[in-house]
Design a protein around this ligand. Structure first.
Ligand SMILES: *[C@@H]1O[C@H](CO)[C@@H](O)[C@H](O)[C@H]1NC(C)=O
Ligand SMILES: *[C@@H]1O[C@H](CO)[C@@H](O)[C@H](O)[C@H]1NC(C)=O
Ligand SMILES: *[C@@H]1O[C@H](CO)[C@@H](O)[C@H](O)[C@H]1NC(C)=O
Ligand SMILES: *[C@@H]1O[C@H](CO)[C@@H](O)[C@H](O)[C@H]1NC(C)=O
Ligand SMILES: [Zn+2]
Length: 330
């Protein structure tokens, strides 16, 4: 999640929570990551020897939501900015196995939809009206979120029908290519889509230590992103917030400077350039198990063995109430 420049004078705590509005992962989502990390460790040797070709094109539906108070929209340039945004996604996801195909753009003017805040009635109204496609379709909304928040996203999960409708990415129109510096290169959508594909922030807290919450513990559950105490802003060259024994003792991470160029940090658009190999593996595994394998109610017997047998066992989940059925946006 990312924050508008106007709020960069806010206190650090406010800033860190407002820049990306993606909510803290639930216990269940944490458990999924523990499951994936262990699975990926077991499979690492085999994968290195013979990696399947992963080549997925994600159907992408863009929805522009405009009210009488929406800032950052120029009707003349908007259509080309949206196409540039899809190009930016595709350029930056090159080498990840994911590409994005723009299926349709919808434009909605509604003066009541002034702020698409996470958890708000407006969010539900917007998404339940506009959402298209199944759980493998990316719905990318552009509209004002409020509180200086540049974007937020949902993680893949075993969703309820309501959560199915809420699935997707929301970005402020000022984060589009040609928007408001220093977040004007379309990287907010790259970051938020990373969450949608199941990535955590590189500085994801792994412990209760307020001074260095990201330095030890599970962090982002990805080995090859060096631990980072908290979010980075601007583009602070050779920043290194986790050092010494704390870092050396962290078996869930690798020593090294903070991953300020990683898309899942908070630095300026021009500073964010890369996903790590471990993140790419996590996105691909999550896609296979949590989005493609997602079977709506009434279709659940399609795959022998059912949905996510390992993960279900790991989490002790029953299927009851966990399977979404098509909603109005199906
Ligand atoms: C919108 O963009 C066009 C093309 O760049 C420009 O000529 C126009 O002045 C802009 N409109 C506003 C209100 O900024
Ligand atoms: C695109 O979405 C709009 C709004 O939902 C709809 O009216 C239009 O028919 C769609 N176009 C295509 C090509 O699907
Ligand atoms: C926007 O529209 C709403 C609803 O029609 C109205 O109450 C409000 O005064 C309008 N605000 C502005 C700034 O035009
Ligand atoms: C790191 O590990 C060593 C050896 O197990 C231990 O003695 C030391 O206290 C640990 N340091 C920290 C900061 O956890
Ligand atoms: Zn984020």
């Amino acid at each position: 999640m990312r924050l508008l420049p106007a709020l960069l004078t806010a206190s650090f705590a406010a800033l860190a929570s407002a820049r990306c509005g993606t909510r803290d992962p639930s216990e269940r989502v944490h458990a999924q990551h523990k499951y994936f990390l262990e699975k990926e460790d077991r499979e690492a040797a085999r994968i290195a020897a013979a990696r399947d070709v992963f080549d997925v094109t994600v159907d992408t539906y863009v929805h522009v939501v405009i009210s009488n108070t929406t800032a950052g929209i120029n009707a003349t340039t908007l259509p080309s900015q949206i196409h540039e945004q899809i190009d930016v996604l595709n350029e930056n996801y090159l080498g990840t196995g994911f590409q994005f195909n723009l299926v349709n753009v919808s434009y909605t003017h509604n003066d009541k939809w002034t702020a698409i805040m996470d958890g708000s009635t407006t969010e539900y109204e917007v998404k339940s009206t506009l959402r298209r496609g199944d759980y493998t379709a990316l719905n990318l909304y552009f509209g004002t979120i409020g509180s200086g928040i540049l974007g937020y996203a949902t993680f893949p999960d075993t969703v309820t029908p309501r959560e199915f409708l809420l699935d997707g990415v929301v970005c402020d129109p000022q984060s589009l290519p040609g928007g408001k510096a220093p977040y004007n290169l379309g990287i907010t959508a790259v970051h938020e889509t990373g969450h949608w594909l199941n990535l955590f922030h590189t500085f994801q807290p792994g412990n209760d230590d307020p001074a260095q919450p990201g330095c030890y513990g599970h962090g982002d559950y990805i080995h090859d992103t060096p631990a980072e105490a908290y979010a980075a802003f601007g583009c602070p060259a050779s920043r290194d917030t986790c050092k010494g024994a704390v870092e050396a003792n962290n078996t869930l991470s690798v020593p090294g400077p903070d991953p300020i160029h990683n898309f899942m940090d908070y630095t300026d658009d021009r500073c964010l350039t890369t996903f790590s190999a471990g993140q790419i593996t996590r996105m691909q595994n999550s896609w296979r198990e949590e989005r493609v394998a997602y079977v709506p109610m009434g279709m659940r017997r399609r795959s022998p063995g059912g949905l996510l047998p390992d993960l279900k066992a790991e989490l002790g989940l029953g299927l009851k109430g966990k399977i979404a059925r098509p909603g109005s946006g199906w």
